[in-house]
Design a protein around this ligand. Structure first.
Ligand SMILES: Cc1cc2nc3c(=O)[nH]c(=O)nc-3n(C[C@H](O)[C@H](O)[C@H](O)COP(=O)(O)OP(=O)(O)OC[C@H]3O[C@@H](n4cnc5c(N)ncnc54)[C@H](O)[C@@H]3O)c2cc1C
Length: 312
């Protein structure tokens, strides 16, 4: 049985580990933070294809099919959610329009002042605290092992593993010595607002209202090169102020939980194999920025394809 060691247990590490395990690999995960402590738990997390180009579109399309299947399993924390996506300028129909079960353009009179265009669509919505636990449990039930360990360098693992999968998110800046990786700080708040059933995304303003299976997630913040992982009260107030203008009920809603995460920024995802030594290869899978959930299964499938070439 071939073996693989995955570094990291965010959405990218867990998806990669599961795909390898299902293909017959004996997989262990080594991770500094456990799944529910990662950046991934702070995410929205909507399947969001609008800002994608090139290869990322294929990864997102593959992920979409996985999410459609997961949405049929209530325990996964994935649901199909009706969302508005709005713009202050005109936009063409997106590349993924025909992949969704429901898509319609919003007419001009239904848009708030200052907005010019937008659509309503059904997209997969992930509740990360439920979903990450679900992936972790599937992985453990499949015989995988998960060890909390800080990996000081990839070279430090050469003696104990022949195939490494580097899913270290923003940690790849150090672990892969990659200066192209930088943090994009995010902050979100989960609120109790069962009356809000229609979601909202304005990417330009980072205004997000995501009804999920565990509450309504409001956001957000996107601040490049900010490593602060503490909650910022001004950011919380700003999130409530901005989203209340869209859904006035938000100002009165009870806050359930707040999150901070560092999106792994990079000019492009790094998904490639590197020979570390004669007996050890690493497949890098990091740098997913604001769309790690959207790309997760497509990237994991490419990790498996690369792992198989590595075997030969
Ligand atoms: C506020 C916010 C909203 C978002 N909304 C969305 C959305 O709506 N849709 C979407 O698709 N994406 C969204 N994202 C982006 C998405 O969350 C990220 O792209 C994704 O979580 C990155 O996952 P990852 O597994 O690469 O990184 P992480 O979740 O950061 O996991 C990295 C893992 O590597 C481990 N690690 C790092 N260094 C080491 C080391 N040296 N040794 C051992 N372990 C190490 C960490 O401990 C951790 O377990 C959002 C992100 C944020 C912050």
């Amino acid at each position: 049985m071939p073996a693989a060691t995955v570094i990291g247990s965010g959405v990218i590490g867990l998806s990669s580990a599961l795909i390898l395990q299902r293909a017959g690999y004996r997989v262990q995960i080594l991770t500094r933070e456990l799944p529910l402590q990662t950046t991934s738990v702070a995410a929205g997390a909507a399947w969001s294809g609008s800002e994608l180009e090139g290869q990322s579109r294929s990864w997102a399309a593959v992920t979409l099919q996985h999410f459609f299947k997961l949405a049929a399993e209530p325990a996964s924390g994935v649901t199909l959610q009706r969302m508005r996506e709005v713009y202050a300028h005109s936009v063409a129909d997106p590349w993924y329009r025909d992949l969704l079960p429901f898509f319609e353009r919003i007419s001009a009179q239904d848009l708030q002042p200052g907005l010019v265009d937008g659509y309503v669509m059904d997209v997969p919505m992930v509740a990360p605290p439920l979903y990450l636990a679900y992936l972790r449990d599937q992985f453990l039930a499949g015989g995988g092992t998960l060890e909390q360990r800080d990996v000081s360098s990839l070279a430090a693992l050469q003696a104990e593993a022949s195939l490494l999968i580097n899913c270290s998110g923003v940690g790849a800046r150090e672990l892969a010595r990659d200066p192209r990786v930088y943090p994009m700080r995010g902050q979100t708040m989960l609120i109790d607002a069962p009356n809000i059933t229609l979601g909202y995304m304005n990417h330009e303003r980072v205004d997000h209202i995501f009804p999920r299976s565990d509450g309504v997630l409001i956001g957000g913040i996107k601040r490049d090169d900010d490593w602060n992982r503490q909650l910022d009260a001004d950011d919380s107030a700003d999130i409530i102020a901005r989203t209340s203008k869209i859904e006035p009920g938000i100002a009165q809603a009870r806050a359930l939980r707040q999150f901070v995460g560092l999106r792994p920024g990079r000019d492009q995802v790094r998904l490639e194999a590197e020979q570390l030594s004669e007996s050890c290869r690493v497949i890098h899978n990091y740098g997913h920025g604001s769309v790690g959930y959207t790309l997760s299964w497509g990237c994991a499938e490419d990790v498996l394809a690369l792992a198989k070439t590595t075997e030969e």
